[in-house]
Design a protein around this ligand. Sequence first.
Ligand code: PEP
Ligand code: MN
Length: 337
Amino acid sequence: MLIVMDKAASPEELAAVVERIEKYGWQAKPIPGGERTAIGVLRNKGPVDPALFLDMPGVRDVIPVSKPYKLVSREMHPENTIVELGQNDKALRIGDGSLILMAGPCAVESESQALEIAHAVKEAGATIFRGGAFKPRSSPYSFQGLGVKGLEILAKVREETGLYIVTEATDHEVLDIVEEYTDIIQIGTRNMQNYRLLRRAGQAKKPVLLKRGMWATMDEFLMAAEYIMSEGNNQVMLCERGIRTFTRHSRNTLDINAIPYMRQESHLPIVVDPSHAAGRRDQVIPLARAAAATGVDALIVEVHNHPEKAMSDGPQSLYPEQFSKLVEGLKNMNIPL
Ligand code: PEP
Ligand code: MN
């Protein structure tokens, strides 16, 4: 349920509506908009009678929200959310109509590796550096990431290049540390339904890049984002990274259909990861271009200076020159970067 206030509603009228919602044991979530404020009603078990609010001063309309996800839904929040990194007029805005480029290796392997790649992707036009310090690997014998040392390297990358950082938090303990170092907390595909971790991410003071579970339906994905938002963190990005299908010509299948669907259902910025969708270098650029053509807000692309020696995901990592070519191609498509 969404209670839409009059443009001229006073703070006292707003407070009275909030008080009435809470009197019934529900949660009130004011959503300030450019034009007017709306108040979401959450945690109601059954339908809410609109008549309870329609007669209150300052109330313009009461709209039922039909979806199971509320805070995430465009029904409840018609305007696009913009995720901001940094402050004041220099802030980087994700979701304002331009395409933001996040790029870097799958895993941080050393300071020189990270810095070399960071300088190259920055030169090409990226503004956010990706790199895992804690890696969720299918095999316990594979490289698990440099851990805190990797986070220190990421901090150095930010200091030296001015790039913002996105890195994954694989569990609660890691999230506590990652939150201190990073600009964006990544929740990976394998953790999309780790509800306690999602709640913890919702309490963080940093934006969250939520990757779609490789088997998740759209409802499950959007409900996962709802978990984060329900704890008070409104800075959430939805990342399509490919889902498992029967194909053998790629690691996963980029669900292009999901992009317009997410745009319609949610106000949150949309990010596409063509690298994990493809799993092979030759498909990354075409998928990135396809995603950009649908008007996504950001791409997150794996780039490595020596992919053949990479400690994870080398076969899908672009060479820095290929990343530059990708960016040139996007410019030729008139994508606003
Ligand atoms: C990654 O971004 O390196 C990663 C592990 O992604 P995903 O969770 O989508 O597999
Ligand atoms: Mn990877």
